[in-house]
Every structure is written in C-alpha cells, then in structure tokens.
Design a protein around this ligand. Structure first.
Ligand code: DP6
Length: 381
C-alpha cells in the first residue's frame, strides 16, 4: 500500500485564459499569467492511495463519493499511468477537500486538479513536466502546479505537448505583493467558465481583436513588469485585462454576464481610491463570477483597509469578516474618505474578505495524521 497527501492552492490570473482551441485536450487560444496564492488560506488537500486490495478506482470530494468516470478526471488518470516510472497497476482511491467553501465561487477546480496531479505524480514517480496533465483536468490548474508568478504558454503543437506552465519568478521575488479577495454576496446561478468561454470564442468578434492585437504585447509588458517589480504597469494591465475579458463576454451572443452591481461598485471604488491618492496602488481582477480579487503591496494595506471598511462596511463582526493573514493596524483618515468620490454601500454587500499573499506552490504533507484516507479503505472525512 502506498499513500501520498498534498495541498495546493488556487491561482488568480492577471492575464486571463479565456477560450480554447481544443476542447478535449484543453488547449487555450492565448498565453495567460497568474500568481499562485499561499496554501495557508485557500487550498485543496488530496490524499491518493493505491493498494493490491482495491477493486476499482474511486474518488471522494468534500466528503461525498463522486463519479470516477468524469472525463476530465479520466484524462488525468490515463496520462499519469502512461507516464508512470514504476509498474504500479493497482487501483487508486482519491479523497479531496477544500479548506474554503466551494460556494464562494473561488477557483476550486484549479487547486483541486493541481493537487491531484501533484499527489499522483509522486505516487507514480513521474519526474518530468506534469503541468500538461493538470491542464487536461482544468486549464487553469496547470498554473497552480508551481508557486510564484506563473505563465501558461499556449503552445502550438496539436497534441498539446508544448502547452505547459512555467514559473516566471518565485514568490520570494516580490514578497511585498498582497492579495485581497472580496467575496460578494450573490445568489445568481453562474455560467461555468467552460461554457462561457466556448460561447465567447464562437460568437464574439471582439475576441479576435483581443487574441491577435492586444494579448501578445500585453503578455510581454506584464511579464517584464513582474520581473522589474513595476507595480503601476502590473496593476494597469491587470485591470485592463480583467475588463477586456468581461467585455468579450458581453460581446458573446447571448451575452455572458459574471459581474453584478456590487462588482461594478468595487471597480468604481478602486479607481476613485487610486485617483484620490494620485497613484495606482490597487489593481482589481474578476474571474467567472462577481467576486473581486485585488492585488496591492503590503505597505498600502493599512490605508486601503481603512477606506474599504468605510465604503463597504462589514455586515458581521470583524473576526468572521476578515479571514487569512493578520491585518496590520488599519488607518482611518477622514480627509482621505472625503477625497474619494464614490458612495458608501449598505453594510454587508461584501460577505467576507480574505487577505493573503503569493505562495510557494503545492506541498506534500508527510505526517500520516494528515491523510484523508485510512488503511481500512474508507475515507475519513
Ligand atoms: C476566468 O480553468 O476553470 O478563471 O479549462 O474549462 O476548466 P476549464 O476552465 P477554467 O477557466 C478559468 C478561467 C478564468 C481565467 C483564468 O484563470 O485564467
């Protein structure tokens, strides 16, 4: 019997992956760039176990047994077994859970597939690139296989062999970078990213402009900004790319709408704040949902938290509302509040916020107490 447990976290793209050129292999129409977040706050944890006594492959997700025949899961398992360096032919049991609510609309599949593939790679002793295997589970998952700032190169080969993720810089390169996730209260049922991007690529004319005329240059500029730690350029292109992704979504027919009124209020607020301080101190980005992710430097956090709490008053006590890293003292400046040209929201428009940083990528957990599967072949959670 052999058991491996691993944790991996979500990543938040600053240049969005939006559109596939191959739906089965999950090959994108553009390069994308993201930061992998710290595993302390938002991670998937996965245990994989093989044993001669297992009769079939099985999977449990967040405490519930799920269908192992899921094609994306099968893609990963098949490729792992093809590349295995050992001759382990035993069946595998997989158990995975997130330490954050899936319903919050955060990119749980990226963390989940990255974690699964990293764990399986150790079990089957695979030593070369595994990002392409994670990619075949969920495109953005390939970027969570490593820490720091990561680029997913779209590649050009039809079998996807060169569509892999590579680290641009490790987290230690820009240790001042912080991330604030603003979880927006929302009840609307969303269109999955797979469906949203398919509809966009099939029906949006603007999408061609984005792929051909905007992204090639933007990718180069933001990569350089990350290397040079040029926050202003990084922030401006992050903002523009999020807005462009949502613009091509609106250009789809029928339109694909992910942001809600609160999302738009956050956008206006961030621009009003940057204008009031006369500097681009905060960047926002939105994935396929209404939640905002903000990138900012640690030195900006006390002042920004002061204005955020003023304009978006928490609806619950601060202990439940602020999750993640401990906040340094928050600065409240009435003078700055007066300068910010936007309206104050009713308490509770944000469900909660998560404060985190860029992380080092997946980690193996060696302590047997961390395993989610036990010897009796039962899942523990
Ligand atoms: C908006 O990776 O979830 O988060 O490949 O179909 O599983 P599939 O899509 P997924 O798409 C993520 C889209 C995004 C942007 C990004 O992370 O780059």
């Amino acid at each position: 019997m052999c058991t491996v447990t691993c944790i991996a976290s979500i990543n938040i793209a600053v240049i969005k992956y939006w559109g596939k050129r191959d739906e089965v292999l999950i090959l994108p129409v553009n390069d994308s760039i993201s930061a992998t977040l710290d595993t302390d706050h938002l991670h998937a944890k996965t245990t994989v176990m093989t044993s001669s006594t297992f009769k079939e492959d099985r999977i449990w997700l967040n405490g519930k047994e799920e269908e192992i025949k899921n094609p994306r899961l099968q893609n990963c398992l098949t490729q792992i077994r093809k590349r295995a360096r050992n001759s382990n032919q035993w069946k595998v049991h997989i158990c995975s859970e997130n330490n954050f609510p899936t319903a919050a609309g955060l990119a749980s599949s990226a963390a989940g597939y990255a974690c699964l593939v990293v764990a399986l790679a150790k079990l089957y002793q695979i030593e070369d690139d595994i990002t392409s295997i994670a990619r075949s589970g969920s495109g953005s998952a390939c970027r969570s296989v490593m820490g720091g700032f990561v680029k997913w190169c779209m590649g050009s080969e039809s079998n996807g062999a060169d569509s892999i993720a590579k680290q641009i810089v490790p987290a230690s390169h820009w240790p001042e970078m912080r991330i604030l996730i603003l979880v927006v209260n929302d009840t609307k049922k969303k269109i999955s990213s797979s469906i949203g991007m398919k509809r966009t690529i099939e029906t949006s004319d603007l999408m061609q402009h984005r792929i051909k005329h905007v992204l090639p240059n933007r990718i180069k500029i933001i990569e350089q900004a990350i290397i040079e730690k040029d926050f202003k350029t990084f922030a401006e292109h992050t903002i523009k790319d999020s807005n462009q992704m949502h613009a091509v979504c609106l250009d789809a027919y029928p339109p694909v709408v992910y942001m809600n009124d609160v999302s738009h209020t956050i956008i206006n607020f961030v621009h009003a704040y940057n204008e009031a301080v006369n500097e681009v101190k905060v960047a926002y980005t939105f994935d396929a949902g209404p939640n905002a992710t903000l990138y900012l430097l640690e030195e900006s956090v006390p002042e920004f938290m002061g204005v955020l709490d003023h304009f978006f008053p928490p609806g619950i006590n601060l202990e439940q509302y602020r999750k993640g890293l401990t906040f340094k003292e928050v600065i409240n400046s009435q003078e700055l509040f007066n300068k910010i040209n936007t309206t104050r929201q009713a308490p509770g428009s944000l469900k909660y916020i998560i404060y985190t940083k860029v992380g080092n990528g997946p980690k193996y957990l060696e302590d047997p107490n961390d395993h989610l599967l036990n010897k009796e072949e039962n899942h523990i959670i």
